[in-house]
Ligand binder design. Structure first.
Ligand code: SF4
Length: 343
């Protein structure tokens, strides 16, 4: 039976009209499914009993189900969700004083195999469906209310997978996350983070998306980047730079660069200079992230004085720099640590 969260609104309209119902019933069903997240047809109180019965007979809510919750000593929570095929995907809630950020996944495993990332060590399994991506957000919204007494303020696609390799499903999910028919979250609070798929970034530009774009850059030296991010071989920095420029001209959005500081690899002043030069192409801001060491990888966390010198250099160039301390490291929920290790 098809998961109703996979249907387009026009398919729901066709279904209700074929049953002899008025087309406005499709809008009511859509609101139950996406806006109210009611996952039980019998609870859709404003629908006639015959229509509810037909829905039960034809569709299911076969989305993600909670498999495991882990709570870090810093309040971060990691959730394992199982798909109908039993494969596990992970999402994380990161609370802070003024926000709760949900970090969600777009694929199970990841084909890009960045050397510093635990997800990249898994065999790539499959793309998440748009309904499954939405399920993560809707479940995390519920858990955020029960754990912290407030809902999600921000959403980042920085969990497992490369979102631009699952373009249609990710964009359809974001549509329902940001639409008044769905969760109604402001697009400015949603960030898609990519390892640098240039074709996908150009497509986002063409689609004039309203959400934020982050690039996981990690070094602005092309040869070095080839050694840690195989994706760079087909999407080298000059091509990435061109795609970012196109994105900015089409959308006017400021780019965010993610930069994991790894000891003696990308944390010298020369690295900072190269990075600052790359960033000049468009208005931007920078998230410098403390690297979380991953078993089986060579990279190490940068030392505090090297990190500070790196920050000072960027700030001396008037760049907007946020330093992101590691969160949820004790439960493998930090950046680059999602690997479904409990599955
Ligand atoms: S860092 Fe992101 S793109 Fe690279 S392997 Fe990990 S999940 Fe994939």
């Amino acid at each position: 039976m098809r998961n109703i969260r996979q249907l387009e609104e026009k398919e729901i309209t066709e279904f209700v009209v074929n049953l002899g119902e008025k087309p406005f019933r499709a809008r009511q069903i859509t609101e139950w499914v996406w806006k109210n997240s009611v996952l039980d047809f019998d609870k859709m109180g404003n629908l006639p009993a015959t229509l509810r019965k037909a829905l039960v007979e034809n569709f299911s809510f076969s989305g993600l189900k909670l498999n495991q919750e882990q709570i870090s000593k810093d309040g971060t929570r990691k959730y394992g969700f199982a798909g109908v095929d039993g494969l596990i995907v992970e999402g994380v809630l990161i609370p802070s004083r003024d926000r709760v950020t949900a970090c969600i996944s777009s694929q199970i495993g990841c084909p890009l195999k960045c050397t510093f990332c635990a997800t990249g060590k898994l065999s790539p399994r499959r793309d998440l469906l748009s309904g499954e991506i939405f399920d993560q957000v809707s479940l995390l919204q519920e858990y955020s209310h029960s754990a912290y007494g407030r809902g999600l303020s921000n959403l980042v696609f920085m969990g497992m997978g490369e979102p631009l390799l699952n373009y249609e499903n990710v964009l359809r999910a974001i549509h329902f996350i940001t639409s008044p028919l769905g969760m109604g979250m402001s697009p400015g609070r949603v960030t898609l983070s990519t390892a640098g798929i240039t074709g996908g970034i150009k497509r986002l530009a063409k689609d004039k998306v309203k959400f934020e774009l982050a690039i996981s850059l990690h070094t602005a030296n092309n040869e070095k980047r080839n050694t840690i991010m195989p994706v760079n071989k087909n999407n080298p920095l000059p091509a990435l730079s061109e795609a970012i420029t196109q994105f900015h001209s089409a959308t006017g959005t400021r780019i965010t660069y993610e930069y994991l500081l790894m000891r003696d690899f990308n944390d010298s002043l020369e690295d900072a200079q190269e990075f600052a030069k790359f960033c000049r192409i468009t208005p931007c801001k920078v998230n410098l992230i403390e690297y979380n060491e991953v078993e089986g990888t060579e990279q190490k966390k940068s030392l505090p004085d090297r990190m500070q010198a790196f920050v000072d250099f960027l700030e001396s160039k008037n760049m907007i720099v946020n330093v992101r301390r590691s969160r949820g490291e004790d439960i493998d929920a930090a950046c680059g640590q999602l690997a479904g290790s409990h599955s």
